[in-house]
Write a protein that binds this ligand. Sequence first.
Ligand SMILES: [Zn+2]
Length: 373
Amino acid sequence: MKRILLLAIVALFTIGSADAKQPKTEKINNIIYMIGDGMGLSHVSMLQMEGKYQPTAFDRAQNIALIKTYSLNNRVTDSGAAGTALASGYKTNNSMIGQLPDGTPVESIITKAKNNNFASGFVVTCYIQHATPAAFFANENSRGNLENICGDFTTRDYDVVFGGGMRYFNDYFKKQNKDAKKELEALGYTLYTDLKSLPTIPAEGKVLGLFADGDLPSAKGGKRGEYLAEATQKALDILTNNAKKNKNKGFVLMVEGSKIDGEGHSRNPEGILAETRDFANAVSVAMDYADSHPGTLVVVAADHETGGLTIPSNKTDFTLPESGIGYAFGTSSHTATMVPVYFYGAGANSIEGILENNELGQKLQDILKLNDK
Ligand SMILES: [Zn+2]
């Protein structure tokens, strides 16, 4: 009897101490949703190898998942369908953005966050009307409807948007005999078009930075400088201040390393390395922010892999020491392989495993309770 009692006491203590070790359920107020367009595991592996395996931002991840990227009408997705899945939680057909195959519009985590009193914004290196960011604010049956996408943008309201695409706004408003700059400012934004102005932009108010007619320059060649990391930091400062001032529940920031994809299409290893490294620098900024701002979850996903990049050994006889590696491409288009997702910060352990791309989108909305009535 004594022995049983002792065992019971030991069991109680064991349960008690296990409980004490459980992390408290953290409240998540902010999501930094980062997407490496076309970034597969080989792209991240290249960054690690070329950096001599010094830890990268991706190595800081506290949890990981893999997502299946197929769209509703193609096992190889495009950025429109993949962006829609990540943004809205719904798969759709290739080329469509924010819309189901039957034309039903689906709203993104950013739109829902805005409607639920969260601050929100974008930082991308492409033109803002491009498929991936557009999947977060537009509802169109084709990603090529750039004028409509501009129109959709004007019906939304964001705290901060940094990217390119001034030309498409100029074209859109010109057709209505209107001036793009005036019209965008009439939406409440302070508009900046010179990339050099980024450091001087005040960290408050509604800010629209359209720093190029189309895409921003490539990372390779250095013309973009540290834009992506600096714009991410600036956007986080603006969102922090605005959310406080406007008594928002928190914020959702979408950040895209948009041009990793293009370098994959071009089968350009140097370009891929430069864009992936540049994206990793922005990921670092987001993770550092999460370190100093409790309640922030950083999600680093990809929409699909581009290039069919592999990293084969120069020689296939593995009994010999290494004779170097190469970068080989299976295609100049997208592939159907799963892509990695990295989690860091508050609630990093709340999502893991092998997921559908739209499931990730759905779970992030659930974390912020965006679909609760
Ligand atoms: Zn893409």
